[in-house]
Design a protein around this ligand. Structure first.
Ligand code: XUL
Ligand code: CO
Length: 455
């Protein structure tokens, strides 16, 4: 392999097992390990994101970039820099051995001086990406358009008070949706970065909702016109950068889709830290989307319990992810979705090699969560206890209540005395113990089996 940008990692990151001495080896993630009859890689469908990992210099609101990223040198010629960035990203993807990546149009292609020039640049870069994909076998999990960085989008894209900005955003999504299709992308994501408000004093909520629905209907119509067969995914987030974003959480998105007859067209891409910002657990967001029939894909990361903003840290908590992965696997697993690492290094992690350490640890956390989920499914007790709790609904009374009856008939049965309910335990602590047991037993097994396998 070429060692242009990541000389500390000379070959593909190996599996080293729990006791392996190499910090640049996976301790749990083994793509070919079969879990519940399916390869780990096929369960998880992991993607690396190009924005935080390759297009962000480590700047924050108080300071400039700190990262060692030669391809982001502002003095470089823009097209040469864009190609160097792709060299770095594909070298990383190959060495990390992940099957997928995700990107925004603006992560890879700078804007030109006119819309026409911007299109020409994007076209050229998309061809370049296509060549690298066929050279390496890396695939595109999803593409998306950046409708939030340029000053024109300060007041939103689809929900902007100016229809000219709606039009530019629509043209941008059309071209990025088509680029995603050209690259064989498996999904297309719309995160409403600035679709929300800063102040209600200058905002017409009803009008902005209509605009957003119209925009999404146009995108869905175009998807069918061009025959793109991936899923369209909305990414809920409650706030940041705006004070309030319309795609607040999974339940809000579901209600919006149903109000506008779009529920058959869109599903959701759920992000861990966005769930935290909305005051939910990630488990809640996943379960809500599955129950509502709109679950699609995941952006893996985590927040910091002490911060109220989107820190996008690499996943580190098996407790947080296991139950979400349990719901996903239990519901049949991903179709075209996957685990996209929408994750940022800390600003002090300035070495290029830090990107490897961060992804390796995060991927191992997701892999361990899959093993815990599989343990819970194989054990069956969690499902059995939950089913048992609702068993009455399968009986005659339950079926009658959900079928043909009315309040008079129900009240008559209650008066007749054959209904005499006795409260029963929800057994929450017993069930929580089951989850902990699965985590501990996977840890014990990882220590022995994976250690032995690594030799
Ligand atoms: C922002 C965020 C985005 C989307 C893609 O919080 O998550 O990066 O995933 O636009
Ligand atoms: Co995201």
């Amino acid at each position: 392999m070429v060692d242009a940008f990541f000389p500390d990692v000379t070959d593909r990151v190996p599996f080293g097992g729990l006791h392996g001495a190499d910090p640049l080896a996976f301790r749990v993630y083994e793509p070919d390990r079969v879990v519940l009859g399916k390869r780990m890689e096929d369960h998880l469908r992991i993607a690396v994101c190009l924005w935080h990992s390759f297009n962000w210099p480590g700047s924050d609101v108080f300071g400039v970039g700190t990262f060692d990223r030669p391809w982001l040198n502002p003095a470089a010629e823009p097209m040469a820099a864009a190609r160097a960035k792709l060299d770095a990203a594909f070298e990383f993807l190959q060495k990390l051995g992940m099957p997928y990546f995700c990107f925004h149009d603006r992560d890879v292609a700078p804007e030109g001086n006119s819309w026409r020039e911007t299109q020409r640049i994007l076209d050229e870069i998309i061809d370049d990406i296509g060549r690298r994909m066929s050279d390496t076998g890396v695939k595109l999990l999803w593409g998306t358009a950046n409708l939030f960085s340029h000053p024109r989008y300060a007041a939103g894209a689809a929900t902007n008070p100016d229809p000219e900005i709606f039009a530019v955003a629509a043209a941008q999504v059309k071209s990025m949706l088509e680029a995603t299709q050209r690259l064989g992308g498996e999904n297309y994501v719309l995160w409403g970065g600035r679709e929300g408000y800063e102040s209600l004093l200058n905002t017409d909520l009803a009008r902005e909702e209509q605009q957003l629905a119209r925009f999404l209907a146009l995108v869905a119509e175009h998807k069918h016109r061009i025959g793109f067969d991936g899923m369209l995914l909305l990414e809920p987030k409650p706030q940041e950068p705006t004070k309030h974003q319309y795609d607040y959480d999974a339940a809000t998105v579901l209600g919006f889709l149903q109000r506008h007859d779009l529920a058959g067209e869109y599903r959701v891409n759920l992000e861990v830290n966005h769930a935290t910002l909305a005051g939910h657990s990630f488990h809640h967001e996943i379960a809500t989307a599955i129950a509502g029939g709109i679950f699609g894909s995941v952006d893996a990361n985590r927040g910091d319990p002490q911060n109220g903003w989107d820190t996008d840290q690499f996943p580190g908590s098996v407790e947080e992810l296991s139950l979400a992965v349990y719901e996903i696997v239990q519901a049949g697993g991903f179709t075209s979705g996957g685990f996209n690492f929408d994750t940022k290094l800390r600003r002090q992690s300035m070495d290029r090699t830090d990107l490897f350490h961060a992804h390796i640890g995060g991927i191992d956390t997701v892999a361990r969560s899959l093993l815990v989920a599989a343990r819970l499914i194989e054990d069956g007790e969690l499902k059995r206890l939950r089913n048992e709790r609702y068993a009455g609904w399968n009986g005659e009374l339950g079926r009658t209540l959900l079928g043909e009856t009315d309040l008079d008939a129900i009240a008559e049965r209650v008066l007749g005395g054959d209904i005499d309910p006795r409260p029963v335990s929800g057994r929450q602590e017993r069930i929580e113990n089951l989850v902990n047991k699965a985590i501990w037993s996977v840890d014990a097994e990882t220590a022995s089996v994976a250690g032995a396998r690594a030799g």
